[in-house]
Write a protein that binds this ligand. Structure first.
Ligand code: ZN
Length: 446
């Protein structure tokens, strides 16, 4: 019998990580003799929802088990979540969903909506009843939404892998000791097989998070072998407790699927909007760039924030009349600012020509003339020539900007943002997963 196990919202800003809970559940289920049908799934949901904890990632395990052992396995999952979740934290509301058999279209569609927009717990509960799934919620049980969405996203389109290595308990909360030079070397060696390991603009290593969570590092890549290889090349000066390879929608732009007109843009939704730059970019406090675009339905503010690197530079060089496509999340209006698209990507589709006007040169001595006032012609200060019929010379300014797609710098990319290096490497369909290859390893600790 096929059983899907989805769960979410076990962590809090002060510690924990739902992927770590997954790592423990995987081990316990494996010990119980369960066979896995796929890599554990790490599904990132709409990053713009206001109530997420950090990355808004939900987990799903797909297993094959004997019908009569179902209760025992469910018990193991519920117990592990209960023991590991930060239940004392106000905003942590774990949820677990179990579904038997194949994933119905209704749940698949729910997952798509949870990734590209907003869904409610009521919708999730209705689907759970309709398809006879089973849900466990702790406290407000908001994690049921993510749990169901993770089940519904089988990653049959584009996907990537992440190997996450975890720290031993005594090191959690202290600075991570991973050799930066080994990360850069690993990144160079594996090239486009891995992504977002290093931000080369600042030299910053991106595989290590900075919070109190148990993650030591995460290596993202195109294949399970590549991330495994990356893990072997990275030198850690502290012990690795365990690691797991997840199959994920990270780096696939799964959230950016809705092309809308400006009048249809709604808060908290990821959108793709195209239009003409209608107001020149302004640099505001902090170095952020704000510009406006318009289409036949309206006008909206777009922002490129300071740490977005290339993207900010592109925004700064836009001019009225340029035609662009803006990809990003929508921030609701505030008392001080109108509704704004926080740009993750900008595609420059057409550049307006900028005309520059110069006074004509003197036909006698070649020096640049001075205007004598509107309609009165031009005069040469050097030789005294007065040309009543001379006209201003119009030239076209060379634009510093080139047509093309610009993506926010790796250090400010969302988990879901597809980096430039991944373009052309998109996958289709499920990978070959051989059940007897266990995509995890416990190394030290309890
Ligand atoms: Zn002259």
């Amino acid at each position: 019998m096929k059983l899907h196990i989805g769960f979410d919202d076990t962590d809090s800003p002060r510690g924990g990580c739902t992927t770590y809970v997954a790592a423990l559940i995987i081990e316990r289920l494996h010990k119980l003799g369960v066979s896995f049908l796929d890599y554990p799934g790490l599904v990132r949901l709409n990053p713009n929802v206001p109530w997420k904890t950090r990355g808004n990632g939900a987990l799903c395990l797909r297993i094959e088990c004997e019908e009569n052992r179902q209760e025992e396995l469910k018990e193991c999952v519920v117990q592990t979540v209960e023991e590991q979740a930060d239940l004392k934290y106000k905003g942590t509301d774990p949820g677990i969903v179990f579904l038997q058999g194949n994933v119905p279209c209704g749940i698949e569609d729910f997952a798509k909506r949870a990734i590209t927009g907003l869904v409610t717990k009521d919708e999730a509960l209705k689907l759970i009843r309709k398809y006879r799934a089973e849900a466990f919620g702790f406290k407000k049980g908001r994690g049921i939404i993510g749990g169901l969405a993770a089940i519904g996203e089988e990653l049959k389109g584009d996907y990537t892998y992440e190997l996450i290595a975890y720290r031993t308990p005594e090191n959690r909360g202290t600075p991570r000791r991973v050799k930066a030079s080994s990360v850069i070397e690993m990144d160079r060696k594996l090239g486009r097989l891995v992504f977002n390991n290093v931000d080369y603009e600042t030299g910053r290593v991106l595989i290590t998070p900075r919070g109190p969570d148990p993650v030591l590092y995460g290596i993202r890549g195109e294949t399970a072998e590549a991330v495994r290889c990356g893990h072997r090349l990275v030198v850690s000066e502290e012990p690795v407790e365990r690691w797991v390879i997840f199959r994920t929608n990270q780096g696939t732009d799964a959230h950016l699927r809705r092309t809308v007109s400006i009048s249809e843009v709604k808060p908290y939704n990821p959108v793709i909007v195209s239009g003409e730059v209608s107001e020149a970019p302004k640099i505001i406090k902090g170095g952020h760039v704000i510009f406006k675009i318009r289409d036949e339905t309206g006008q909206i503010d777009c922002a490129a924030y300071e740490p977005t690197g290339d993207l900010r530079r592109v925004a700064e060089n836009l001019t009225v009349g340029d035609f662009v496509e803006v990809y990003g999340g929508v921030r609701p209006p505030s008392p001080r600012n109108p509704m704004t698209i926080n740009a993750e990507k900008i595609r420059v589709l057409k550049l307006a020509s900028i005309r520059v006007y110069h006074n004509p040169l003197c036909p006698i001595c070649g020096r640049r003339t001075k205007s004598m006032g509107r309609g009165k012609g031009f005069e040469c200060k050097k030789c005294g020539f007065h040309g009543r019929n001379l006209k201003k010379i119009v030239t076209e300014k060379t634009r510093r900007l080139k047509l093309g797609l610009y993506v926010t710098s790796p250090r400010s990319q969302r988990h879901l943002t597809k980096p430039l290096s991944r373009y052309g490497q998109e996958k289709r369909g499920l990978p070959d997963f051989v059940g007897d290859i266990i995509p995890y390893e416990k190394i030290s600790g309890c």
